[in-house]
Design a protein around this ligand. Structure first.
Ligand code: ADP
Ligand code: ASP
Ligand code: MG
Length: 406
């Protein structure tokens, strides 16, 4: 007998009618003879509202209480989904993170799942019951509720599928699969039948929020077969698979963008050994993640300019850390700009093809878009551009790599 985990995102459970619709999807799998566990998100907009409330009530950010509030949305949906299933004649019970428990580390707001106790769930699955598990939440080492980062229900579902030894994890959402680029921005984006774990991992970490990055990482490590599909249209979605399961590999499979970027330039930094360590060490100590870095060649041999990017949420603390060390590091001025966007082209085929970056640079040049910073890895090329050009750049690149759906 096959075992499946079905995960429903916020828009798929946005109101009573949609929860009932999602419950019918579960019934289809049950009627097919599968054992099914369900993972649900909060109803669309609810988590945002909860996060706003925590900010409105206090300027003191206590991550434990943030989690206590942020996790509430999923509790309601889990109960409602169990009721909807019971209404369809299916035995079902809701489960919160602490009841299972889904154990996480203590990094409130961005906790990582460590282990899931499956004894009780296994017994109930074997007895034909459908457990409905609240996504996004777990139980920390101090017995407090944790949340695992925005979009985290994807990760809850994959972790549960791994722990239960499920044959498949289906992520039901408001698009019918993974596209070559965000279909809400690039009208000619094409649905992919398959994408490799590695490519999806890059796409997600570079801004494609269709799957939380950590969920792809987990699926890859635990070899969980993953499918992204529509809650509203009954058709196969996109399968995330290992590289050897893809016969005809495109050079570029997808294009992602992330507007959550900020650029910092340090002007006239002393050009001597130890300066980079003096700058990036304190930033790391302050938990600021630095992404793209460029250092210009110094003209006079004495000073140089250094540009790098950080997440927008970390810009303020990064500037503060650097201002504090201005004399020590030795630079003249800091320029900060959060009106930037990172565009990335991703594809495992890049390993064996030259000229991928050149196509990108030419396509952007033809549209008069200036590239501010470049970074590359084995299967991706990223550029930083002015945020105003995001849509133009995405569409131009989509055409340039021959990805348009004609
Ligand atoms: P859910 O609430 O179901 O978790 P999300 O909003 O988190 O849904 O993710 C689905 C959204 O991801 C889509 O509506 C789409 O706009 C966006 N998205 C971004 N990049 C892609 C892509 N490459 N393919 C499909 N969807 C994408
Ligand atoms: N409800 C959570 C969020 O909005 C988790 C999720 O939807 O995956 O981030
Ligand atoms: Mg999501």
């Amino acid at each position: 007998m096959s075992r499946i985990v079905q995960k429903f995102g916020g828009t798929s459970v946005a109101d009573v009618e949609r929860i009932k619709n999602a419950a019918r999807r579960v019934k289809q799998e049950v009627d097919n003879g599968s054992q099914v566990a369900v993972v649900v998100s909060a109803m669309a907009g609810v988590t945002d509202r909860m996060v706003e409330l925590t900010a409105d009530i206090s300027s003191m950010f206590d991550a434990r209480e943030y989690d206590a509030v942020a996790a509430t949305g999923e509790q309601a949906t889990a109960g409602l989904m169990a009721l909807a299933l019971q209404d369809l004649g299916i035995a079902s019970r809701s489960w919160l993170g602490w009841q299972i428990p889904i154990r996480t580390d203590g990094a409130h707001g961005k906790a990582r799942i460590r282990e899931i106790e499956t004894g009780e769930l296994n017994r109930r699955l074997a007895a034909g019951e459908v457990p409905v598990v609240a996504g996004f939440q777990g139980l920390g080492p101090d017995n407090r509720i944790t949340t695992i980062g925005r979009g985290g229900s994807d990760t809850s579902a994959v972790a549960l599928a791994g722990a239960l030894g499920a044959d498949r994890c289906d992520i039901y959402t408001d698009v019918d699969g993974i596209y070559t680029s965000d279909p809400r921005i690039v009208a000619k984006a094409r649905k992919l039948d398959r994408i490799t774990y590695e490519e999806m991992l890059e796409m997600a970490s570079l801004g494609a929020k269709v799957l939380q990055t950590r969920s792809v990482e987990l699926a890859m490590n635990q070899k969980v077969p993953l499918q992204v599909r529509s809650t509203f249209v009954d058709a196969p979605g996109t399968f995330v698979v290992s590289e050897d399961e893809i016969v005809e590999q495109q050079v570029v499979s997808g294009i992602s963008h992330s507007g959550d970027e900020a650029k910092i330039t340090l002007l006239r930094v002393a050009d001597r050994p130890g300066v980079a360590a003096g700058i990036f060490g304190p930033l790391a100590d302050a938990n600021v993640n630095v992404d793209m870095i460029v250092q210009n060649v110094s003209e006079d041999g004495a000073t140089t300019d250094l540009t790098f990017t950080v997440g927008q949420g970390e810009l303020e603390s990064a500037v503060r850390v650097l201002e504090d060390r201005k004399a020590e590091v030795g630079f003249e001025k800091i320029d900060a700009d959060s009106n930037v966007c990172k565009i990335s082209v991703v594809g495992v085929g890049m390993r064996s093809h030259a000229g991928v970056a050149q196509t990108m640079f030419r396509a952007l040049a033809e549209k008069g878009i200036n590239i501010q910073v470049i970074s590359t890895s084995e299967i991706k090329v990223s550029v930083l551009i002015a945020a105003d050009y995001t849509e133009l750049a995405l569409r131009a690149l989509h055409t340039a790599y021959g990805l348009d759906d004609e």
